[in-house]
Design a protein around this ligand. Sequence first.
Ligand SMILES: C[S@@+](CC[C@H](N)C(=O)[O-])C[C@H]1O[C@@H](n2cnc3c(N)ncnc32)[C@H](O)[C@@H]1O
Ligand code: SF4
Length: 407
Amino acid sequence: MLTRWLITLLLTINVNGPVGNLNMLSQLFHYHSRLVRTRVKRWLSELEASKPLEPSVPDRYVALYLHIPFCVSLCKFCHFVRYPFNEDVAKKYYKKLIEDVYEAYSKGFKVNEVYIGGGSPSVMPEMLGELIDVLWELWKARISVEVNPNDVVERSAVEYIDPKKVERISMGVQSLTREGLKALGRASTLENTLTAVEAISSRGFKTFNIDLVWGTKLLMKGIRKAFELGANQVTFYPLMPFPLTGAKGEAKGFEMYEEIVKEAFRKGFVRANAWTFNKGFSIVDEYIADSINFLGLGVSSFSLLGNIAHINTFDVSKYLSSNWFPVEHSKRLSLSELRQFYLAYKLHSEPPKSLGEAGWYLGVITLREMYTVLGNFRIRHLVKLSPKETRPTRRSPQPKPLASPHS
Ligand SMILES: C[S@@+](CC[C@H](N)C(=O)[O-])C[C@H]1O[C@@H](n2cnc3c(N)ncnc32)[C@H](O)[C@@H]1O
Ligand code: SF4
């Protein structure tokens, strides 16, 4: 596979120049997808077959990822570990996470970057506020928080997120058309989403990011508006399919991507990485983007400490009764595995200039395939633990099967 990939890459550059002919490019994209998918699958199955190891405390700074796995309603397209919100369980979970954060501090972890993701951390705003205070008091690190529009509107979530402590807030918008939201099985309406955008804008966060999903003709409608809402960062994720979305292939991924990029540039945004666009000052804070070491706390989180990767339990009850680090599997990475991991992120943020726009699209494909395999892995664990959690909940409109992008 690697040989085929290399030959196609060389032919694409040498015979056709950086933009290549479309046939050659789509072959390159195809081989690249397969190569990344195969490697990540192999890596994950080796991890799954390994026993847990004690985490080490690196002497350098780490990024801290905290996972809050609860949402008021579950969207069908979402491949993260999330369970229906239950106030009692979520409160216990938040308390345990705060204990774990103190424990990480007392073990000597030095943190310079924190990402609170989910699920929807905004589902319990008071507890989120408490967690942010603790993190700020301990490390004064750069904090980034994910929120859901309905929580912003119905639970005043943003009132509990202090812009003096939180540098970046990221909201899931997903689509700016009613049809798009319906197809994704979102419970948040377009009206709530726009009200939430205003509420966040008025709080003055340094970076206000919105997430959208693209990759089907329907989802491409309304992409223009994403750059006009006042957010100074827009992240456009390619829809990552997995069997439960009932996804079927849709071609023209590269053309769709180019359309988004052109629109971003037209509106004065610059590209921070293959799928994030910034206007003026804003930080890119996608989990682990440029930290070699990261510590993941909470269910389903990954860590990379030194050359050892760890994955935590997916089970909330197990987590609540666990010791500090509820790790289920650990794997020692070889130098070449570490290099591949680093190169994947590098390709996503700084592809070789000689490849032009195709290089950026290779960056999109790399992380799309990595995250798709990871998403499938997470959903597989979720189905095992609780089959219901993969279905959209009562509040969500019933989605039609989604078409998925194709390189
Ligand atoms: C963990 S979610 C948190 C967002 C927040 N809970 C919300 O209201 O949507 C982070 C982002 O992952 C992206 N995402 C989730 N599932 C995806 C999938 N299957 N394909 C592409 N992007 C996905 C969405 O854009 C989402 O905003
Ligand atoms: S995309 Fe939907 S299901 Fe996924 S974390 Fe956000 S609100 Fe929850």
